[in-house]
Write a protein of this length. Structure first.
Ligand SMILES: [Zn+2]
Length: 333
């Protein structure tokens, strides 16, 4: 669906275009998948790649949180929002939230706060939903501090709210709400904090996304895709607007030096993370398709059925399915 809405983007080729002469059906631990096709690596436009990238990022974040835990430090989870109306564009609101964050983490005000509240670093994730008041870009942020007393933590919360609202009012000429602009709480454990910051991948699983819809009222981009697939033309237009507004934005940002402090290693790109799953030791190649047959399978939109057949009845079931659709015999691996 994303490829149909954005035919000029790489997502249109993701999983649908061959890299070499063959595509292989592989059976892995979590089911069957296709290997040998282009991977787009777009966290914003492709629900399949977004899931894989988020998984990789989540592993890095958890490694960092474990190392931080070992020092006895605290983790605070903060959501930062800006007021918005249905008349504002996705692009302008994304810029406003990104700009406010940039200013929030700059200058002597922040430098002093880092000392005062013993802030070791931050990790922030950018997300967006669309609801009855239009686009709602927001930030989920982890604030890693040394162990704080309850009084000290309370002071930190007030400081963060005050700073976000005053910068937001200065930068955007909007009125910040003390009730809604910032939500800050202490993370109960690392898993909660990890899930909180890399929710994007979880959201990309369309089935779960539907559950979230009823709870929150706003639609995630993946829900827009799902609705577009069910014939919602407006969702199609919204996804297009969102994709062009978010293209090139960074999903997850670590504050300077944090990765080094906890020895997280080099930063892998979205593209590298999206490519990582391909084939694991122990995965079995069931069979392959040549270019011509692969094109016919794509045209008939048969790949989901083929993967299901491969999981349930192996290569024989795939052959039967192809025969039923008059697609002849694939090349044997
Ligand atoms: Zn992709």
């Amino acid at each position: 669906m994303a490829g149909r809405i954005l035919p000029q983007e790489r997502v249109a080729d993701c999983g649908r275009k061959l890299m070499g002469p063959l595509a292989a059906v592989v059976l892995g631990e979590n089911g069957a998948y296709i290997n040998g096709t282009v991977t787009c690596g777009s966290i914003w436009m492709c629900p399949v790649c977004a899931g894989k990238i988020a998984e990789g990022r989540r592993r890095e974040v958890l490694r960092c949180l474990d190392a931080h835990d070992a020092t006895g430090g605290d983790v605070y989870m903060a959501t930062f929002t800006i007021p918005h109306t249905a008349f504002e564009t996705c692009a302008s609101l994304r810029k406003a939230v990104a700009n406010t964050w940039k200013k929030f983490q700059a200058g002597s005000g922040w430098r002093n706060a880092k000392k005062r509240y013993r802030i070791i670093g931050t990790i922030r994730a950018l997300e967006v939903t669309h609801g009855k008041n239009g686009w709602h870009p927001h930030l989920h942020c982890l604030i890693l501090t040394e162990k704080l007393s309850p009084e000290h933590a309370e002071e930190l919360e007030l400081f963060i709210k005050e700073r976000w609202i005053s910068i937001l009012e200065r930068e955007t000429e909007k009125q910040g709400s003390w009730l809604y602009a910032v939500d800050l709480r202490k993370a109960e454990n690392n898993k909660t904090a990890g899930d909180y910051i890399v929710k994007w991948g979880v959201d990309s699983e369309l089935t779960k996304a539907h559950l979230k819809l009823s709870k929150k009222g706003g639609r995630s981009p993946w829900q827009l895709l799902s609705d577009a697939k069910s014939g919602d033309k407006y969702a199609r237009v919204l996804f297009r607007e969102y994709a062009s507004a978010f293209k090139g934005s960074r999903h997850l940002t670590w504050s300077l030096g944090l990765r080094d402090t906890y020895d997280i290693g080099p930063h892998l790109t979205d593209e590298e993370l999206a490519e990582m799953k391909k084939p694991h030791n122990g995965d079995t190649v069931l069979g392959t398709f040549d270019k011509k047959l692969f094109a016919k399978i794509m045209e008939a939109n048969l790949m989901p059925d083929i993967l299901t057949a491969a999981e349930q009845g192996g290569w024989q079931a795939v052959l039967r399915l192809l025969q039923e659709h008059g697609l002849g015999y694939p090349v044997r691996f």
